[in-house]
Design a protein around this ligand. Structure first.
Ligand code: NAD
Ligand code: TDX
Length: 348
């Protein structure tokens, strides 16, 4: 598996995966990335040109995708519209990229019989109650809540169908919330870190009781690399590092690490349809592939992440003001349109 095509390799997790492969393999990497607002080629700075070729293009462009897949031994598919809040205000790009883009890649890997790994999310399973001892497993039924997670669920189902119907050699991983360097400032952790660096109070949705299961992005990369090399074709693997914390707890850690008063934040209107809790049981990945996370201390990982944003304002300053403007527009639109509530079948 020498020549690897990585879609979305200029995004947060894709770029971290490229850096991981440069360090841990001798792969020759081609990145296909449309460089949307979320893509930044500076995230790939410093990688030797002999190891990396960046193609700026769209995963829905079938001729381009066909040409790149023909030259690859394997494809790792990270490209997506990834932000829940955006999906609530303009779902269309989520359908185009997450559904049609994945379909376009599947048709190409089917034609060329190329090994394919699809990156997905725990959000396809919907949410868990805060006091439920259960966690998601590979057999949890799909029950996505947002336009984002429903398009990710759709893409997973396409991959499963292409495996079953056409014998495509694919695996899927559904991972929990990632944190680490190169994450866009729209996301929870970098948004709060960069707000504090700008002297602005962090913004917590609702009461901050919602729980996310945090994993360092480097641990996600090591899991994907194991699955790509040693995973069983046709299988789904859940990726998580036992990192459940409420948003309020995570914000408390950030405030403490940055020398702020514990109450120095604002609560703002809750996200419509906001999933309560995600929690991953990664037993299959641990037992079948012997994978385990290297980063087990969230506070230490956050301290390094804070340090990275402090040292690299050149990387994020350019997108900060536009992101905060977008949040203001979304808040105004939410005020005008009102909130979503339950799901069909919830009795809500
Ligand atoms: P991101 O938004 O940071 O990056 C997405 C990348 O895809 C960007 O570089 C963007 O330019 C590119 N892209 C978007 N549309 C494209 C198109 N049509 N053609 C080509 N490139 C396009 O996202 P991320 O957080 O790095 O997430 C990567 C993947 O991991 C996604 O599939 C996401 O669903 C999944 N995931 C993310 C998390 C998380 O915590 N961020 C957790 C689990 C799974
Ligand atoms: O300003 C904020 N305040 C806040 O309280 C933001 C941006 C978020 N939040 C909350 C919402 C969530 O409960 O923090 C939590 C995390 O929010 P996001 O960073 O937007 O992540 P989430 O919606 O959980 O989804 C992420 O993890 C799963 C990724 O964006 C997805 O791509 C991935 O599939």
């Amino acid at each position: 598996m020498k020549r690897i095509l990585i879609t979305g390799g200029a995004g947060f997790i894709g770029a971290n995966f490229v850096h991981y492969l440069i360090e841990h393999s001798d792969a020759e990497i081609t990145v296909l990335d449309a460089l949307t607002y979320a893509g930044n080629k500076e995230s790939l700075r410093g990688i030797p040109a002999a190891r990396l070729h960046l193609v700026v293009g769209d995963i829905t462009d079938a001729p381009l995708v066909g040409q790149l897949v023909a030259a690859a031994d394997a494809v790792v598919h990270f490209a997506a519209e990834s932000h829940n809040d955006n999906s609530l205000f303009d779902p269309r790009p989520f359908l185009d990229t997450n559904v049609v883009g994945t379909y376009t890649l599947l048709e190409a890997v089917r034609r060329h019989d190329t090994r394919f790994h699809h990156i997905s999310t725990d959000e396809v399973y919907g949410d868990l109650a805060l006091d439920d001892p259960a966690r998601f497993t590979e057999s949890t039924p799909y029950n996505p809540s947002s336009p984002y997670s429903s398009t990710k669920a759709a893409s997973d189902l396409l991959v499963r169908a292409w495996v079953r119907s056409f014998g495509v050699r694919a695996t899927i991983s559904n991972c929990s919330n990632n944190y680490g360097p190169y994450q866009h400032v729209e996301k929870f952790i970098p948004r709060q870190i960069t707000n504090i660096l700008h002297g602005v109070r962090p913004k917590l949705y609702g009461a901050g009781a919602n729980v996310r299961d945090w994993i360092h992005v480097e641990d996600h990369s090591s899991a994907v690399w194991e699955i790509l090399r040693r995973g069983t074709v046709g299988r789904t693997y859940l990726v998580g590092a036992d990192g459940e914390k409420s948003n309020r707890e995570v914000l408390g850690l950030i405030l403490g690490l940055m020398g702020q008063d514990p109450g120095a934040f604002d609560t703002v209107a809750d996200r419509a349809g906001h999933d309560l809790r995600y929690g991953i049981d990664a037993t299959v990945l641990r037992e079948e592939l012997g994978w385990s996370p290297a980063h087990r201390d969230l506070s230490a990982g956050l301290a390094r992440t804070i340090d990275w944003y402090r040292r690299n304002p050149w990387w994020w300053e350019g997108s900060k003001a536009g992101t905060e403007d977008r949040y203001l527009q979304q808040a105004a639109a939410q005020g005008a349109e009102g909130h979503g509530t339950g799901k069909i079948g919830d009795g809500a």
